[in-house]
Write a protein that binds this ligand. Sequence first.
Ligand SMILES: [Zn+2]
Length: 397
Amino acid sequence: MTRRNSFSKPITNPSRVIRFFYDHPSSSRAQAARELGLTPAAVTIITSRLIKLGVLTESSEASASKNGRAVGLSVDATKYKVIGVKFARSRIELGVFDIGGNLQTHHVFPPAADTEATESLHAVREKVRALIAEDHSILSVGIAVPGPYLRNLGRLAIMTNMPAWRSINFKDEFETAFSVPTIIEQDARAGALAQSLFDPTSDSASLAYYILGEGIGVGIIENGVLINGQQGAATEIGHISIDVNGPTCECGNHGCLERYCSAISIHRTLVANYPHLVPNAAELTHSEAVTQLCALADNGNPEARGFVKEIGRYVGYGCVSIINAYNPHHIIMGDILAAGGQLLLDSVNAVVEERVLPDLRKSTTITLSQLPADPILSGAAAAAIDHLLRNPSEFGK
Ligand SMILES: [Zn+2]
């Protein structure tokens, strides 16, 4: 049996009401009715049930109340929890989050070699089962996996450097493994969900989460809905060619963006071309090597600054394609390369300034992620929370 993609389900009124209060805490029932085009009576019936379940709580007076007497409602973040699991090439992490997206406990699994994929999956399943057994307020599990992820089939199309993971079917391994619903999401899309749910400065209707980690990808939310593509593998910006004669990529294309600015590629270039910058770079993980490079740049090392600026230009070429292809209002960059900070951002913006039509450029904001936790781990949790918000009946089970 194939579970339908949660984003294709029709949006019910209870789900719209709960999302409204999630996005607009301390609003009144009247405000919700107006915004959603529902009758006040309908909103009252829905909110009464959600209050009974402990999902909504009556807070202070409504924030924009004119007469000062309306009661504000907010989602009670503390009563229910979800588990987020992040599969990255060299790291598997798990977090228990409240439904407000706040990380409660964090667990890092031992590093998994390519050959240990089956053992790693077993360890994750056992840990999740144990957590659910001891805490009945955990209502769903979200799993973030690297792209390209063939969502409909449940497996990764490629995983650079780690071919064994390609044969794993995440749907088979996880979708019915637990007593609560499990949502599997590609990492960049999970990050986009996290930005949309947890970062009040994001435009949740039109945003791109541009993941700059061991791989490069983007998750696009358009009109509040994620773009998936027919096989669920759309928006793989890391595999657009920025040099048609460039080096071959495992995907079959040449000169893919991620050959130039993923943490894996940067790490390789650092070891080969800048051996004196981070002397022990070869022994570090990709993340550690890139983080150290960015720290050197931050401390003013001219060579490191030059390298980070150059990386920023490649990231910028990706931004140009994101803007031309999807025209999002807000591009949020996150993951390992976010350590490049303002220096990286300035370099990205310079490329966008040079290469994007002025009308498009002016209407696009590019920022670094401000989420306190890892956006992909948060994203895994966001996929689980998004499922609950779209299916509020899960709260009553
Ligand atoms: Zn490629």
